[in-house]
Design a protein around this ligand. Structure first.
Ligand SMILES: Nc1ncnc2c1ncn2[C@@H]1O[C@H](COP(=O)(O)OP(=O)(O)OP(=O)(O)O)[C@@H](O)[C@H]1O
Ligand SMILES: [Mg+2]
Length: 345
């Protein structure tokens, strides 16, 4: 049983916030190939609200694109709930066909490369996503034209997209993502291929759409410029939601970071904070005056631990000359002595 303070979105007695657009609950994603398993997301819980501009930051490989693709129903989570409000349901177990049909009206997507089709005009590229929505050609043409007005590219509507600059292509891609009037736009590095000033113009446009059309944006980026324009910044670290920032301090994330206890009561402490403590990684936790206190345990507490190392990390000290050798070596690199018995490692 969940406690009252942590209702799941499955609980029919819980009223969902009116402005909720999308929610992820305890999402895990494991990629399996014949050689390796990669745990890309480990229990991410996150909600997105109307008119929000949420930016997701994190180092390369931390799981940002995976998170964005799961939100958009483009890949399925290994476990967890992907709640889309238009159907008020977890779509993660729906068929791909059904997801595509719902997504078409609900979500627009912008990628780092604008992905415009070179054999179609700018106008037709914007119209493209609307055909699946079943709109008539004339309606689509009118809407695409209005959207090109909004991104200030009306004059190029009959041009071939190859003739446009990187920033212009990206503005066309934003117009195309809006053709079905989606509630959310998911954008993966939307300013990744443009210079600072063009990036500013794209971010201004996003803010305008945010405000005027109440479209929510979820943007994945490495750029401080993009993050500085968000209503909320979320940080992903190694597949875990490491923190959120309402007024982000990009020079020192520790200043603005809000951390959360997850459904299992786990709290991820930032490494910068752990490093400031004495060497112990063991603590006693207590609550004092509404604060959680973590008291490091004295150094004489040393429970036995098994530490797993990868082959690359492993080192063997030569029993004869005491030289440190890589774990894979059988003979000492310096004196040639046998490091271990054959067959053992
Ligand atoms: N299709 C896939 N098959 C196997 N592993 C994958 C696949 N896609 C991503 N991964 C792995 O999952 C982890 C998260 O990848 P992801 O692309 O979500 O990271 P990211 O934060 O977007 O990185 P970047 O900033 O470099 O774009 C990485 O370790 C990556 O190698
Ligand atoms: Mg990525």
């Amino acid at each position: 049983m969940k406690s009252e303070s942590t209702p799941t979105i499955y609980d029919p007695t819980v009223e969902l916030p009116e402005d909720l657009v999308l929610a992820l609950f305890n999402i895990y994603k494991i990629y399996r190939t014949s050689e390796v398993e990669t745990v890309a997301l480990r229990g991410v819980t996150l909600s997105l609200f109307k008119s929000e501009n949420v930016v997701c930051i994190g180092s390369s490989g931390s799981g940002k694109t995976t998170l964005l693709n799961i939100m958009g129903g483009l890949i399925k989570p290994t476990a967890g709930i992907v709640f889309w409000t238009p159907v008020a349901a977890d779509i993660s177990r729906f068929s791909d066909d059904l997801i595509t049909r719902i997504r078409n009206q609900f979500i627009g997507k912008v990628s780092q490369k604008s992905n415009l089709l070179p054999h179609l005009s700018v106008l037709k590229n914007v119209m493209l996503g609307g055909y699946i929505g079943g709109y008539s050609r004339s309606k689509l043409e009118k809407r695409a034209s209005e959207l090109l007005d909004r991104v200030e590219l009306q004059r190029y509507k009959h041009h071939n997209p190859r003739k446009l600059s990187g920033g212009e292509k990206q503005r066309v891609a934003i117009a195309a993502a809006l053709i079905n009037n989606p509630q959310i736009v998911l954008a993966d590095e939307p300013t990744g291929n443009v210079d600072f000033n063009t990036g500013e113009a794209i971010l201004d446009l996003i803010r305008e759409i945010n405000k005027d059309l109440e479209t929510s944006f979820f943007i994945v980026t490495h750029s401080k410029q993009v993050a500085s324009r968000a209503n909320r910044v979320i940080e992903i670290h190694d597949g875990i939601l490491a923190g959120q920032h309402e007024e982000v301090d990009l020079d020192n994330l520790n200043h603005s970071r809000i951390i959360t206890a997850d459904e299992q009561g786990r709290i991820l402490l930032p490494m910068e904070i752990i490093k400031q403590l004495p060497q112990s990684t063991y603590f006693r936790a207590s609550v004092k005056h509404d604060n959680i206190v973590l008291a490091p345990i004295s150094s004489d507490f040393s429970p036995k631990r098994v530490v797993f190392e990868t082959k690359e990390q492993r080192r063997i000290i030569c029993p004869i000359c005491k030289t440190e050798n890589p774990g894979k070596k059988i003979l000492c690199q310096k004196c040639g002595s046998l490091l271990r018995k054959a067959g053992r490692f």
